[in-house]
Design a protein around this ligand. Structure first.
Ligand code: FAD
Length: 423
């Protein structure tokens, strides 16, 4: 007897039902999926108890205070000033710097904190990195004891916020030899003329480190300029960025800006002294690009565990697990590299090419990691409220600032070949 059509439909349903039912049961009744852990090789275990406590405090601040607000500020191209009072309570100012009211601590601790800040939000980490590393770091490394005594304590308390003006509208990568901003000394007063572009924090901060070429000896020198009270110093906010939108970047114009000799960084006598600051901050950007990957990975895994397609969480698909494993591989490789670099830095062995390799390697891995994360989100990856779009876009600025990948690799290339390929 031939089976009826109705009978066949019922059979098909009965055959398919257990498969669908099992999938639905997996989604509905399986135990809670593991929470994302972006410290797969347990690097936090290398920290001392006090250090770990601080890193945890930073994570709690980022998760509780920053995360709920940051997407709105990102969309508005605005800085979250409302977060500053609570941020000050963390007492992070001058982390990694000794004395002068600074928080101090090892470079490893500084690295972990920068990583945590960036895991929460790369813009917020950049705001702090510019202030603590570039601005305070310039005074710390290139200033006299009197200058450190005067400027570092209020900056460590975050009562005065700093920025670092090196890049110019027409000169970025070639700034060492091509700087056009000039400094001319007459008695004990310097006159600065020129422009500085992309300067983070500059539209609202208090103190700028301005690098200018001394026309007398053709050397690059650093100057501490008080933004709000120096005639001839103006800043225009750069509008409509698509990356690190929370960081306020500015175009600084210096028109016959008069600065006392007392504000010239007394140990900054050539671009080599500027490069010492950049070595320290490129190290920090290696950690920040690692933190950006951690944030992207955690958001992506959480999403993949919840998003259901074909009756299953997409995290159950082999191709999605492949992307997640590759993301975690990048995160972990970057963390291990940075941890070793921290040991070298704390041991006084960090050289320019070591920091450059870390900056180029970790930012390149970051670009892959955030792109894979965005891929896992499908269409939701391009809207701000799922977060991943913010990491994806912010990674682009980290990739380029503090020297592009090409510049870092040219520094490494020179060290390993003995031949300079800079033109
Ligand atoms: C969000 C953000 C924040 C920033 N904050 C600051 C700040 O606070 N202070 C500050 O001083 N600057 C800041 N910068 C500037 C940043 O450091 C520069 O953008 C960066 O150094 C690159 O310079 P550039 O953009 O002028 O690119 P360019 O120098 O014009 O380079 C363009 C491209 O050409 C390549 N290139 C150039 N020369 C060579 C070469 N010889 N060989 C091979 N390739 C080459 C570069 O790698 C790059 O891909 C910031 C930038 C951004 C995006």
């Amino acid at each position: 007897m031939r089976p009826s059509r109705k009978h066949l439909d019922v059979c098909r349903f009965v055959v398919r039902m257990p498969v669908v039912a099992a999938a639905v049961r997996d989604v509905k009744t399986s135990k809670a999926p593991p929470a994302p852990n972006s410290d797969f090789y347990e690097l936090a275990g290398t920290l001392g108890a006090d250090e770990l406590a601080l890193v945890r405090e930073v994570r709690a601040f980022m998760d509780s205070n920053v995360a709920p607000l940051i997407n709105r500020y990102w969309m508005d191209d605005a800085f979250p000033f409302e977060l500053l009072p609570a941020f000050k309570q963390l007492n992070l100012g001058g982390l990694g710097l000794e004395g002068y009211g600074c928080r101090g601590g090892s470079h490893k601790l500084l690295g972990f904190v920068m990583m945590e800040l960036s895991r929460g939000d790369p813009s917020f980490a950049t705001f702090f990195g510019v202030h603590d590393g570039l601005a305070m770091g310039s005074i710390y490394l290139d200033g006299s004891p009197e200058q450190k005594e005067k400027w570092l304590p209020p900056m460590a308390r975050l009562d005065k916020i700093g920025c670092f003006g090196l890049t110019e509208p027409d000169v970025g990568s070639g700034i060492a030899g091509g700087m056009t901003t000039t400094a001319v000394r007459e008695n004990d007063t310097w006159t600065l003329n020129g422009q500085k572009k992309w300067i983070g924090n500059s539209p609202w901060c208090d103190v700028s480190i301005i690098w200018a070429r001394d026309l007398a000896d053709d050397q690059v020198k650093g100057f501490i300029v008080e933004n709000k009270s120096t005639p001839g110093f103006t800043v225009e906010k750069i509008q409509d960025k698509i990356s690190l939108k929370v960081v306020q970047n500015g175009l600084i114009t210096l028109k016959d800006c008069r600065v006392p000799e007392a504000n010239r960084l007394q140990s900054g006598n050539s671009f080599r002294d500027t490069a010492r600051v950049l070595r320290m901050t490129r190290y920090a950007v290696g950690w920040m690009s690692t933190g950006c990957q951690m944030g992207a990975y955690e958001h992506t895994l959480r999403y993949a565990q919840k998003r259901v397609q074909f009756g299953k969480p997409i995290a159950a698909f082999q191709l999605v697990q492949d992307l997640l494993a590759r993301m975690l591989g990048n995160v972990t490789a970057s963390q291990c590299l940075m941890l070793r670099l921290a040991e070298m830095d704390d041991g006084g062995k960090l050289l320019d090419h070591h920091a450059s390799l870390a900056k180029s390697f970790c930012t390149a891995r970051m670009r892959e990691t955030v792109a894979w994360g965005r891929e896992v989100f499908g269409a939701n990856g391009i809207v701000i409220d799922h977060n991943i779009g913010r990491y994806f876009a912010d990674a682009e600025a980290l990739y380029s600032y503090e020297g592009t990948l090409q510049m870092q690799n040219l520094i490494v290339g020179k060290a390993i070949t003995g031949l300079s390929a800079f033109v």
